[in-house]
Write a protein that binds this ligand. Structure first.
Ligand SMILES: [Zn+2]
Ligand SMILES: [Zn+2]
Length: 158
């Protein structure tokens, strides 16, 4: 999501989620909220620790807490490939696009790929989390690939 997250917006979001406001929670939420693409925990840590005294464990713990309270989405499995992005209040998880070339993620609008949970009712699944991922090549990588093609028109290995 491209939304800019001010300290005020972050404070409100924590309040809505019923969470106590702490300086570190605000820092983590703003770091995620002000990044256009889903970020890894490491990226968030680097962003915050540049200006604040905060350790890795604290950042990870706050990320877990915010995911638990539906403030953030966690996508990807395995600690290294996990990314975090803002979850819109009272909305379902949104799908993501993953570029297999540069490993970036893009947030998509939930309306572009809605999940019909009712259509799944017959299966009696207790759905706790939805993580829909489309894979392909992002616009920036497509551009780079085109430039490579143009630079060497003859049999360029894929
Ligand atoms: Zn890419
Ligand atoms: Zn997202």
């Amino acid at each position: 999501m491209k939304a800019r997250m001010s300290a005020k917006a972050a404070t409100n979001r924590l309040k809505e989620a019923g969470l106590e406001i702490t300086e570190h929670r605000l820092q983590v939420l703003m770091a995620v909220g002000n990044t256009a693409h889903p970020s890894s925990a490491q990226e968030i840590l680097e962003k915050i620790s540049a200006k604040n005294d905060i350790n890795r464990v604290t950042v990870y713990r706050i990320l877990d807490l915010l995911v638990e309270h539906n403030v953030l989405n966690r996508l990807g499995l395995g600690e290294k490939s996990q990314r975090f992005c803002l979850r819109i209040a009272n909305e379902d998880e949104h799908p993501h696009f993953h570029c297999t070339r540069c490993d970036c993620y893009l947030c998509l609008d939930a309306r572009q790929l809605p999940v019909d949970r009712h259509a799944l009712d017959d299966l009696s699944l207790d759905i706790r989390h939805v993580d829909i991922r489309l894979e392909g090549i992002c616009p920036a990588c497509q551009k780079k690939l085109r430039q490579l093609d143009e630079a060497t028109p003859a049999d360029k290995p894929a």
